[in-house]
Design a protein around this ligand. Structure first.
Ligand code: KIV
Length: 278
């Protein structure tokens, strides 16, 4: 695995060379460190942290402060992977000035290398403004979870001709506005293929099939650590729920039976010193 840092340019080079881009979510230092060591190209500090880390029902309650806090931890854990911080709900909806300030904070205080935001034509002026402020932007189309109330639930997007056309048009407009890549979430595989072929910038799929230029998964889903809801597109590469439950039960049992801590996990003191203490 190459040690060269993965950057915005690497995203574009990978697409040109036909090399798939790997992305996973991360929200904390030690996981970021492990994933970086494993060789992942990019880590997304997604606002999915609201559900996975904070136990919210959806992503809408996540704040810029939350994002900065988790971005900082992740950024400390990586050496090679590019860190992308999500712009949470309402952080880019009010005004251009507010948007640039919030994107800037995720970079300046959160130490992320780029930001991601959801939407197409509706947020185009914001994307342009952030890029103009020299902050790389990743787009996000299809099932955009911050619009869950508009969609009436977490549903596949782009199945009707009208929706599919809008996703293609939005993708082209985001590219034109300066986005360096676009996440396509929960859209039919063949639609993602069309979008991927039409764009010069890479598409990163999640529930969007094999033709995207890269893939992203929520790490806790992929590792089998978050079982509240598992979407159809998730492949579990491990069952850490079982591992964690089993290890915790062993700890509790051994501790109650007096088997832990053993001599191996205990510090000793000189007998002479000890005698004086009684
Ligand atoms: O918040 C997130 O983790 C995301 C990914 C699912 C793409 O936006």
């Amino acid at each position: 695995m190459a040690n060269k840092k993965f950057t915005v340019s690497s995203f574009l080079e990978s697409k040109k060379k036909g090399e798939k881009i790997s992305m996973l979510t991360a929200y904390d230092y030690s996981t970021a460190n492990l994933l970086d060591e494993a060789g992942v190209d990019s880590l997304l500090v997604g606002d999915s942290l609201g559900m996975v880390m904070l136990g919210y029902e959806n992503t809408l309650q996540v704040t810029v402060e939350d994002m900065i806090h988790h971005c900082r931890a992740v950024a400390r854990g990586v050496r090679r992977a590019m860190v992308i911080g999500d712009m949470p709900f309402l952080s880019y909806h009010i005004s251009i000035e507010d948007t640039i300030r919030n994107a800037g904070r995720i970079i300046q205080e959160g130490n992320a290398h780029a930001v991601k935001l959801e939407g197409g034509i509706e947020v185009l002026d914001k994307v342009k403004a952030i890029v103009k402020a020299q902050i790389p932007v990743m787009g996000h189309l299809g099932l955009t979870p911050q619009s869950v109330n508009m969609f009436g639930g977490f549903k596949v997007q782009g199945k009707s001709a009208e929706q599919a056309k809008k996703i293609i048009d939005d993708a082209l407009m985001l590219q034109e506005a300066g986005a360096f890549a676009i996440v396509l979430e929960c859209v039919p595989e063949k639609l993602a293929k069309i979008v991927t072929e039409k764009l010069d910038i890479p598409t990163i799929g999640i529930g969007a099939g094999k033709y995207c230029d890269g893939q992203v998964l929520v790490t806790q889903d992929m590792l089998g650590m978050y079982t509240n809801f598992t979407p159809k597109f998730v492949k579990k590469y491990a069952d850490l729920c079982e591992e964690i439950r089993g290890a915790s039960q062993n700890y509790i049992r051994e501790m109650k039976e007096g088997k832990f801590p053993s001599d191996k996990h205990t510090f000793s003191i000189d007998e002479e010193i000890l005698e004086k203490l009684y």
